[in-house]
Every structure is written in structure tokens, then in C-alpha cells.
Design a protein. Structure first.
Lengths: 869, 96
């Protein structure tokens, strides 16, 4: 009934309004007549009746409200808001742009967080996949699979560079050597064709290749009939049997093509000692990670028992897939999210500040509307509708920004974050943007709306349309907002400054070697055939001789290459020093080298001599120390000629004479301290278990062909030795930089944004103050005031706001940047230089932001200013 | 309730209703027009009253409100509620 009446009324709205107006007019006339009859003069009766009746529009409005649907006024408000915003496009543009920047950056970072931390990984039942923290050999994987009760399937991959020679020119691509369980564990089927079966994944099996989607697109022309096509990899022809989907990506590796490890490299496949596979394991349903870990421990114990030489010293530890991928990215992402959160708050403060100014500008309008019968609630609602509309528009444009932003993020991400492909806008991201926009519109529109709608009509009219009280309240809020903005901007700038300083520190770290032009690769001598040390020494000597015959190279080898992540430490004793109780001896990083290692790496000799051909087996034992070793153990002395020995050596003491000192090398990473290190010649210091080496080859020409030539030389000596981990030293260096640079760039961008937004905020406040005091300025100027004094007067206020903001910001930065400690290199969170620098930058921004409007204010013609208003 | 009670004695127009309530209550109750008309609209919408244009006692065009059957039912319902409330208040006030 009610609804029906409402609808009928809606269709008949005009007649209804007419009736109502008419009825009220009659009411007044009746009252007037009555008064008139009672003896009041006609004129007076008219006004008395009017007064008695009150505000007719308000009564009419209230009456009408009884009939309307709630959404009618809502649409009305929206329509009105759109009209109002169209009338002041610059205001709307600034507001929308400000919000879009804030919402856009947040949405972009949120979509990354969503992709990295929240969304399931792009594998089948990803929570069922565990990762072995340590690398494994294929025999271990096979034994695990045979003995396990916890896993349904497991698989391993080693990605390595290989020559692809079916294209127009030979290319080095990355090939994943896998076992058949690899794809099955990840649970992603190919889009075309099939993957290897278990029956094909064995020694001497058919040469088959599964290719990635990009490889299929770029090198096979996206040919739908690519299955069966031969491709040449490392000189062998493989038949393509399948194409993986576009969404497929290896968890931690980069591979263009996948081939069977058994087929491609049978000699490594059987070697239990070559722990080079990243392995993934699918838990059986209902098996927890702890149970699986217990199962793995049992298997490891039995492996260690059967193969003590290979397995005894190792560990096997399972971690969830996501943890293995996200690990150290999480804190960085949270810092970034915090940063964009601050940017958003600054943007919101600007938005609120804009709304307040607009509220002042529209005082007259509000007064008129209030006088015409608009209730306060209704006024507030109108203003809120407007602010929400703006925030949604900001959100929409922000989504556009976020779209570009995420693309840019993905393009710039460092190698470690390469697996982050599933980052795009999904419903969650949209929902996030929507919720943020909505909250901003309502929360930040609220205060300005209340201030603007604080309309005491009578008082305002008495003040001649210039209500000082409301504008003062609004202005105070604006000043607080700008102070907050400045403080937040300072925190962000401080964060960015710290990262920049850390990065430049990192960049200027001297690695101790010259990475340009050095190619490295890893070799491991099979235990079976190289059990005796002389045989290994012979192999090394022969290999070096052959490699030296290559034109334009300097060749050396070392047990563990710098930045390669490994080293061995020995306890040692110095000759002639008081005895040290066993177990308390100092430790030193020990590295064996051979050939022209120091020359190939260009590690300068600081004292003494380099190793020579004569420092070989049977000759007096010699060593070369690094400078850190001298600093720690021979401070102020020349150690050349001193003797040391390994504390754990058995048998008669074997003293090693230090014959030289080389400069320090950043062995464990550019951001790690240098450890004391001692180099010994391979022929003199080779332990029975030490069978690996990394070749370091400096070439004065390009790397192309070099790897193949080296491999050919290795295999001409022994065709059964795998060559792996082929990387230039520069690539190894780049990994150390990339992540830092990425975070620095992002935080720097956000901080700049914050500084600009804060500048806009200051500009707004000063412009408003200047505008309000045009009158006063005019008087001052007319009375002979100096332009400079007036300028100072206006800028004093901005200075107050800015300096308060900077002080609060410094306190905030001291507290907040502590969260960044893990991201910083050689910089303390509270670095005073950085704080001073960013405070200066921000002060400069503020100066510019307030100078422009202040100057404009002083340039008014006094006469114009006096006539103003 | 007051408006419905007034109208239960016969159809009347807005001004008449206001005057009636004011007179009967000895000026104790003064209905502002700002609340009279919204209230009338509410009654109209709920079909407690119907409105018709007619001619007033002194030959003026006026909109007359007439109570409906639903309106009478609502009136008696509200009266009962109000009486119960009054009784309650009276008891509280009379208890020393």
C-alpha cells in the first residue's frame, strides 16, 4: 500500500508539488485573514502569518521527503555533484589526480602483495608442494622417491645455459635439466603435446624436449604443429614433444626448454655427489610438513649410512614452496606497502585540504541554500556525495595508474623476483581500490563537509558573508593536515635517502677483483676416478695448460669463487705465538688456487710474491694471505715469512710459510664483511675430499664461443666431467645489486611523489592565506609597506607549518625507518646526514611551494586589493 | 494521533486542523506548520486519510482531509497505547 502510494506519487510529482504549495499558501492566507479580523493591520498580518508559518520551503521539503524513495535524493545529489564539479574542472582535476596518485601506487603495490603473499602460487594444490632447502643429486631424488611414504611425487631441475643452433644464429638459451617427476610435482599439464614419460626418462632414452610458451612463440613461431619438430641443443637434436602453458613458470629457475637430465647428461645423472638439482616434492594428502620432514630425516640417515662420503656431512630440510620463494621479499614488500600507505595519507590530506578551501569558496552558496531551506544534514550529504564521487573518480584513474605501475614494476623487478608473473589486477585488487576510494571519500570528506555546512545563517548574514569562525576552524584543520603531510613526506624521504645511501655504498664497494671480462664455470671431478690427489693435480695442470693455449686468455682456478656463496674455514695456529687451547684457535677462510687466478681476477698483490709453478707438491708449503688476515693476526707487521699450520692436521706439524699478501676480496657478497682468508696452491693443499673447482677465465675478446671452447678442452681430457654454473663475474655482481636498486628506485619514486604532494599542500594553504589577506596586504602596501616584509609575513606561516612538520617527521623517521634495517647496507636507520639532507630537500620544496603564491599576493595593486570584496 | 482525532470529528483542512488543536488544548499545543504538513503527508501515504480539494466555510478553496476506515482503526490503536502510557505515568506520579 505504502509502496504503491509512493510510486503513484512519483508519477504525479508535479501535481503533488503544486497541491502542496497551494495548500500552504492557503494556510497562510487563512491565518492572515484571521489576524486581520482580530484587528491587525493587513500588512502586518501578512508578515505575522509568514513568520508563524516558518520556512515554507523547508516545510515543503520535509513533506515531500515523506514520499520520496531514499535513492531519489541520492541520484539527485550525484547529479548535482557532477554539475558542480563540471563547473570547477580545475578543482576536480587536482583532487582526482591527487587521489589517483595515492590510490594508484597503493593498488599497484597491493597487487604485488596480493600476487606474492596472498594469492595461491600458480601450481596445482600449491600448499601441497614442499621444497628441499639444499640442492640434491638425481640418485638421491630417485632413492627418496623409492623410500618415501610422505610424497606422492618429487622432481628436480637444474637450469643451465646451452647453445641453441636451430635458429638463424646460434643462441645461448637456458635449458632445464629435469626428471620426469618435475612437471608432475608442479601439476601443470602442457597446452600442446605431452611431457616425458617415466619410460623415456632414463639413460640413453630418446632426445625429447618440452618447450616453454615464450620459446615456442619466439623460436618456433607459435606453430601449432610444433610437436615433432627437431631443435638443436648443445649440438644434439631433440624432438619437441610439448609446449607448456603461458602461465607456467618454474618456481626458482629460468628455463626456455626442458630436457631429461638422464638423456642429456647421463654422467652427472648417476653421480650422487653432484648436488645441483632444485627439488620439489608433492606431499601426499593428509601428510603434514613435519611428518614429511621426519620421513626425509629417516631416508637421509639411511643414505648417509650407505654413502658416507657423499651424504654424511649434508642435511635435508623441507620448507613450504611459498616460503622458499618469498622468504626475504616479504619484509621489503611490507616496507613498500607502508611507504605507499603514507603516500596515500598525504594524498588524502591534500584532498581534505582542497575540500576545505572549496568549502570556503562555496560559503555563499551554502548560506543561500541553507536560507532557502536546505537542512544541515542535507547539506552535509550533498558535500559528502561530492567528495565520494571525487574519490571514486580518483580510484578509477588510480586503477589506470596502477595498471601501468604494476607493468613497470614487473619490467623492473630484479632476477630474484622474476617468478612474480601472476601479478595483475584481479577482483581482490579491484575490491581493494574500491574500498580505499570509498573510505577516503567518506572519511576525508566528513570534516570538510561539517565545517562547510556549519551555517548559522543569521550570524553569517550579519557578518556580511564572511564568517570568520568557520573559516578559522577550517584553516586550522588545513594547517594540521599540511603539517602531517610534511611529516609523512619526511619519513618517506628519509627511507628513500637511506636506501640511496646504502645503494651508493654498495656500488662503491670494491669487490677486490675486476669482474669485467671474466667468465667462470664450475667443475667437479668424479670421486670414483679421481680418488687420489696426484691424479687430480695432473688433471688440473693439464687443463690449465690446454686452456692457456686458447688465444687471449688468462686462466686460473679456485675452490670457491667469490660471490658464489661457498667457502671452507679452517682453524689455524701461528708459529711462535703462545699456545691456544684446542678448540679456541682462530678460523680463517681457506681457498686453494692454481694457475693465474690472481691475474685473471686482477686481485693485486700487496706484499711478497705470487705463487709460481715451483710451489707444487714436494716443495716447501706456502700460502698467500689477504689484508684482513694481516690486520687481524699480524697488525702492524709484515707477515711474509711467518708460518702457520692447520690446527686439525694430524701427524707431524706441517708449517706453511706466508709468502705474499693480496688485497681483500668480498667473498661472501658485496654487502658482507671481508673475512680473513688464506690462499694455498691446489697441488700442496688438496684434501682428499676436495674435488671441485671454479675456473676463472679472463678474456680480452667476447665471451661468445668461449664456453664451448672451454667445455671442449675439459672433455678432451675427460669426457665424463660436467661443466656447470657458467656465469660471468659481472652476472654474479649484478645479482648483488639488482634487488637493492629495485627497492631504492621504488621507495625513491614514492618519496618524490610524497614531497610533491606535500608541496602542493603547502601551496594550497599559503595561496589561501594570501587570498584571504589580500585586503590587509593592500592596506599595508598602500601605507608604504615593503613588498619584502609582506612576503615575509605570508611565508612565516608556511615556515611554521613546515618546520613543525619536519620536526615531527624526523621523530617519526627515527621510529619508523628501523623497520628497514634489513634492507640497508652500511647505513644506520637514524643516519643524521640523511635526515639533515631530506629535511633540507623538504624545506626547499616548501620554500618554492609557498614563494609562488606569496609573491603573487604581493604583486597585487594596492588599489585593486582595497577594492577587493 | 491528534490530527486523526481532529479529523474523526469531520473533514478539515490544514489550517483548520492546526487551529482546532490549538483551541481545544487552550494554546498548550501549537502545531508548527513545519511539522503539520509532513505529518499529513505521512498519514496520506499510509492511507489513514484521504485529501480532496473543496470549498471552505468562508468560500475559499482548500484541501480537505478526511479520515478513512484504516485511519480510524489506527486512531483507536494509538489511543489505547497512549492511554496505557498515561495510566503508567499516573501510577508512577501517584506513588509517594
Amino acid at each position: 500500500m505504502k509502496l504503491w502510494n509512493k510510486i503513484r506519487n512519483l508519477l504525479n510529482r508535479e501535481a503533488f508539488d503544486r497541491d502542496l504549495r497551494e495548500e500552504m499558501r492557503i494556510h497562510r492566507e487563512m491565518a492572515e485573514e484571521k489576524l486581520n479580523q482580530l484587528g491587525t493591520p493587513k500588512e502586518e498580518a501578512h508578515y505575522a502569518a509568514m513568520r508563524a508559518f516558518g520556512n515554507p520551503s523547508l516545510a515543503q521539503e520535509a513533506s515531500r521527503l515523506q514520499w520520496t524513495f531514499f535513492f531519489e535524493s541520492f541520484f539527485q545529489d550525484i547529479g548535482f555533484a557532477i554539475r558542480m564539479l563540471r563547473k570547477s574542472p580545475s578543482f576536480a582535476a587536482v583532487a582526482v589526480l591527487t587521489l589517483a596518485l595515492g590510490i594508484g601506487t597503493n593498488t599497484a603495490i597491493f597487487s604485488v602483495i596480493n600476487g606474492v603473499l596472498l594469492r595461491p602460487l600458480p601450481y596445482k594444490d600449491p600448499q601441497q608442494i614442499a621444497v628441499m632447502k639444499e640442492n640434491e643429486s638425481l640418485p638421491n631424488v630417485i632413492d627418496m622417491q623409492r623410500q618415501t611414504n610422505a610424497f606422492s611425487v618429487g622432481g628436480g631441475i637444474n637450469a643451465q645455459p646451452m647453445d641453441y643452433t636451430s635458429g638463424p644464429e646460434p643462441l645461448q638459451i637456458r635449458v632445464g635439466l629435469v626428471n620426469s617427476g618435475f612437471f608432475e610435482t608442479l601439476g601443470i599439464p602442457p597446452v600442446i603435446g605431452r611431457i616425458f614419460s617415466e619410460a623415456e626418462d632414463l639413460r640413453g632414452g630418446p632426445r625429447l624436449a618440452v618447450v616453454s610458451y615464450p620459446f615456442w612463440q619466439n623460436h618456433l613461431g607459435g606453430d601449432p604443429h610444433a610437436v615433432g619438430r627437431p631443435i638443436l641443443l648443445g649440438g644434439n637434436s631433440y624432438a619437441v614433444i610439448g609446449v607448456m602453458p603461458e602461465t607456467f613458470i618454474c618456481p626458482r629457475e629460468r628455463a626456455d626448454v626442458f630436457i631429461s637430465l638422464w638423456v642429456a647428461d647421463p654422467k652427472t645423472a648417476v653421480d650422487r655427489d653432484v648436488h645441483f638439482l632444485h627439488t620439489y616434492w608433492r606431499l601426499k594428502g593428509g601428510v603434514s610438513l613435519e611428518q614429511a620432514q621426519a620421513d626425509v630425516a629417516t631416508i637421509h640417515n639411511s643414505l648417509a649410512e650407505h654413502f658416507p662420503a657423499e651424504e654424511k656431512e649434508r642435511r635435508m630440510q623441507l620448507i613450504p614452496l611459498r616460503e622458499s620463494l618469498v622468504g626475504d621479499v616479504r619484509p621489503a614488500l611490507l616496507v613498500l606497502f607502508g611507504a605507499v600507505g603514507l603516500v596515500l595519507l598525504i594524498a588524502c590530506a591534500n584532498f581534505a585540504s582542497l575540500l576545505i578551501s572549496r568549502g570556503f569558496a562555496r560559503r555563499q552558496e551554502m548560506l543561500i541554500r541553507a536560507a532557502l531551506g536546505a537542512g544541515r544534514g542535507r547539506l552535509i550529504r550533498t558535500l559528502l556525495t561530492e567528495s565520494t564521487l571525487l574519490s571514486f573518480a580518483g580510484g578509477a584513474v588510480g586503477l589506470l595508474f596502477a595498471h601501468w605501475g604494476t607493468r613497470m614494476l614487473l619490467a623492473l623487478r630484479p632476477e630474484e623476483l622474476r617468478w612474480l608473473t601472476g601479478i595483475h589486477m584481479d577482483s581482490q585488487v579491484l575490491l581493494f581500490a574500491l574500498a580505499v576510494s570509498m573510505l577516503i571519500g567518506v572519511i576525508f570528506g566528513m570534516a570538510p563537509a561539517f565545517v562547510a555546512a556549519r551555517t548559522d545563517v543569521a550570524a553569517a548574514l550579519n557578518e556580511g558573508g564572511r564568517s570568520k569562525t568557520a573559516s578559522a576552524a577550517g584553516h586550522r584543520i588545513r594547517k594540521i593536515l599540511v603539517t602531517t603531510e610534511v611529516a609523512f613526506a619526511l619519513i618517506l624521504l628519509a627511507g628513500a635517502g637511506l636506501l640511496i645511501k646504502g645503494f651508493s655504498r654498495l656500488r662503491s664497494v670494491n669487490p677486490g677483483f675486476n669482474p669485467t671480462g671474466v667468465m667462470t664455470m664450475y667443475l667437479q671431478l668424479p670421486a670414483a676416478r679421481y680418488a687420489e690427489i696426484p691424479k687430480r693435480t695432473q688433471f688440473r695442470r693439464d687443463l690449465l695448460a690446454r686452456l692457456n693455449s686458447l688465444p687471449g686468455v688468462q686462466v686460473g682456478m679456485i675452490t670457491d669463487i667469490p660471490l658464489g656463496g661457498n667457502y671452507v674455514e679452517y682453524d689455524f695456529v701461528i708459529d711462535g705465538r703462545p699456545p691456544i687451547p684446542e678448540g679456541d684457535e682462530p678460523k680463517v677462510q681457506t681457498l686453494s688456487v692454481m694457475g693465474e687466478y690472481f691475474r685473471a681476477m686482477q686481485i693485486p698483490l700487496r706484499a711478497g710474491r705470487n705463487f709460481t709453478e715451483m710451489d707444487r707438491e714436494g716443495q716447501p708449503l706456502v700460502a698467500i694471505a689477504n689484508e684482513e688476515f694481516v690486520r687481524q693476526f699480524f697488525p702492524g707487521h709484515n707477515p711474509v715469512g711467518s708460518r702457520i699450520r692447520w690446527a686439525r692436521d694430524t701427524g707431524p706439524p706441517r708449517w706453511i710459510t706466508v709468502v705474499g699478501v693480496v688485497s681483500d676480496v668480498k667473498h661472501s657478497g658485496l654487502n658482507q664483511p671481508t673475512d680473513p682468508a688464506v690462499y694455498t696452491p691446489f697441488p700442496q693443499a688438496d684434501e682428499a675430499w676436495k674435488r671441485w673447482m671454479t675456473l676463472a677465465i679472463r678474456t680480452d675478446s667476447s665471451f661468445s664461443g668461449l664456453v664451448e671452447q672451454v667445455k671442449a678442452q675439459v672433455w678432451s681430457l675427460d669426457g665424463q666431467i660436467p661443466v656447470s654454473d657458467v656465469q660471468t663475474m659481472e652476472q654474479r655482481m649484478a645479482v648483488s645489486f639488482a634487488q637493492q636498486r629495485f627497492y631504492m628506485f621504488l621507495l625513491g619514486a614514492f618519496a618524490s611523489l610524497a614531497a610533491i604532494l606535500a608541496g602542493v599542500g603547502i601551496y594550497g594553504v599559503v595561496a589561501y592565506t594570501a587570498g584571504q589577506s589580500t585586503h590587509e596586504i593592500g592596506i599595508r602596501m598602500a601605507l608604504g609597506g615593503q613588498r619584502r616584509d609582506v612576503l615575509r609575513l605570508i611565508m612565516a606561516e608556511a615556515a611554521k607549518v613546515t618546520s613543525a612538520g619536519i620536526l615531527i617527521g624526523i621523530a617519526g623517521a627515527l621510529a619508523v625507518t628501523r623497520a628497514m634495517t634489513g634492507l640497508l647496507f652500511e647505513v644506520k636507520p637514524g643516519d643524521p646526514v640523511i635526515l639533515a639532507a631530506v629535511a633540507t630537500v623538504l624545506a626547499l620544496v616548501a620554500l618554492v611551494a609557498c614563494y609562488i603564491p606569496a609573491r603573487r599576493a604581493t604583486q597585487v595593486d594596492p588599489m585593486v586589493a582595497l577594492r577587493y570584496e | 494521533m491528534l490530527i486523526l482525532q481532529t479529523l474523526s470529528r469531520g473533514a478539515n483542512h490544514g489550517y483548520g486542523i492546526a487551529q482546532h488543536i490549538q483551541q481545544i488544548s487552550n494554546d498548550a499545543l501549537k502545531i508548527g506548520e513545519g511539522s503539520l504538513y509532513p505529518a499529513l503527508q505521512r498519514l496520506l501515504m499510509n492511507d489513514y486519510v484521504i485529501a480532496e480539494w473543496g470549498v471552505s466555510e468562508n468560500n475559499r478553496r482548500a484541501r480537505f482531509y478526511k479520515i478513512t476506515a484504516t485511519g480510524r482503526k489506527q486512531l483507536s490503536h494509538e489511543k489505547r497505547k497512549f492511554e496505557a502510557l498515561l495510566v503508567g505515568i499516573a501510577r508512577v506520579m501517584e506513588t509517594p
